[in-house]
Structure formats: structure tokens, C-alpha cells
Design a protein around this ligand. Structure first.
Ligand SMILES: [Cu+2]
Length: 219
């Protein structure tokens, strides 16, 4: 029995290594000279590890920033979604990100309010699978502006909905996930190779662990 399981596991391992190798071949063909993109890689706090996502930002002609992306691992429903002052996400509850980005010194509101913080981006809404798709243009900010630039600041997702009025935070509860807005170079060949080999190694480790677990179960 164990022998059969070992053969099955070994062939699974073989297949995943073949997959990893063909992924590597594809990465080698990628153009290394692509320009950097502005992204925020969203990660949940220690207490909300399942949350992850990625947002891409672009300056809009005539003002504002266009944002596209997806965040998963959320509880279904609305979650406050803001640009906070600082890109420091070192605190376990993300307190280090500071308050909402508010270069105008105004009161809290929502994207459609007359008075709002530049960082008041309202709410994102997760579907019943916990996935929020985000696409929108936010006025009053730019990527690199001296006064209203958001580069190096952070995107913060909250546990609850932003009521779009209560100053200063919209009463949206804990900070559960965040990401720093930064320029990322596309992966170089070396990065791609490393990520593929890391992935292959992880698969090998998973399969080994699977065999060990099965052996224990059989005993
Ligand atoms: Cu916030």
C-alpha cells in the first residue's frame, strides 16, 4: 500500500516539476524592458491572514488616479477603503499607517461628498465568496504630486463599512489589511527563475509532507 502511494506521489511530483520547468521557459521569453507599474500589494494583518490582493494605479489626464484590482479573503459586504497618510504597515493593527491622507485639512466624507479627505475612497464590496473587484477614478489625488501625491502612502481596508460621514474615520472599525503604493519593476529573468524554483521546492515539500501524513495514517 505504502509503495503504491509512494509511486503515486512520485509521479505527482514529476508532473509538477515538468509544469514548473515549462513555466520557467515561458518566463525566459518575457520582455525584461517593461516599464515599472504602480501597485499596492494588499496583505491581511496577522489576525486576517486570508486577505490578499493587488491594485494597480494610473494617473488620469485632467486629474485623479484610476485604480483597478481585486482583493479576496474578505467577509462579504462593505469595507471602508482609504488612502492613509503613511506607508508604514509595521504595526500589527496598522496604526502606524496614520490617519486618512488629508492634505486639505478637511473633514471625513465619501467619494461623492462636498467635504472629504483626499484619501476617502469610500467602500469596497466583497461578494459572497469574499472577493471585491475594484475599479474607479478618484479625484483630488495624483501619483506624484507634491501636495496630493499618494506614492509611498498606503491603502487600508477596514473590518466594517465606512458610513461616509463620521469624522475622522467613517466609523469603519479595525484596519484589517493594507498595502504600500509603490513602483514595481516587472520581474526580471532571475526573479522569475527564483519564484519558479521556490514554487517547485514548495510543491516537493508539500508532497513529502503528504507522504509522511499518509504513512502515519496507515500505521
Ligand atoms: Cu481607513
Amino acid at each position: 500500500m505504502i509503495r503504491m502511494l509512494q509511486i503515486a506521489a512520485a509521479s505527482m511530483l514529476g508532473m509538477s516539476l515538468i509544469a514548473a520547468n515549462s513555466a520557467r521557459a515561458a518566463d525566459d521569453k518575457k520582455d525584461d524592458a517593461k516599464p515599472a507599474v504602480i501597485v499596492a500589494v494588499i496583505k491581511g494583518t496577522e489576525a486576517h491572514k486570508d486577505i490578499k490582493g493587488r491594485l494597480t494605479f494610473k494617473d488620469v489626464d485632467g486629474g485623479g488616479v484610476h485604480v483597478v484590482g481585486e482583493i479576496s479573503g474578505l467577509t462579504p459586504g462593505k469595507h471602508g477603503f482609504h488612502i492613509h497618510q503613511k506607508g508604514d504597515l509595521s504595526d500589527p493593527k496598522l496604526v502606524s499607517a496614520g490617519g486618512h491622507f488629508n492634505p486639505g485639512g478637511t473633514k471625513h466624507g465619501g467619494p461623492g461628498s462636498d467635504e472629504k479627505h483626499a484619501g476617502d475612497w469610500g467602500n469596497i464590496e466583497a461578494n459572497d465568496k469574499g472577493v471585491a473587484k475594484i475599479e474607479g477614478t478618484f479625484k483630488g489625488v495624483s501619483l506624484h504630486g507634491e501636495k496630493n501625491g499618494i506614492m509611498g502612502r498606503s491603502v487600508i481596508v477596514h473590518a466594517g463599512a465606512d458610513d461616509l460621514k463620521t469624522d475622522p474615520s467613517g466609523n469603519s472599525g479595525d484596519r484589517i489589511a493594507g498595502g504600500v503604493i509603490e513602483a514595481k519593476k516587472p520581474m526580471t529573468k532571475d526573479d522569475a527563475k527564483k519564484s519558479v524554483s521556490d514554487e517547485a521546492k514548495k510543491t516537493v515539500d508539500d508532497v513529502k509532507k503528504g507522504i509522511d501524513d499518509l504513512k502515519k495514517e496507515i500505521k
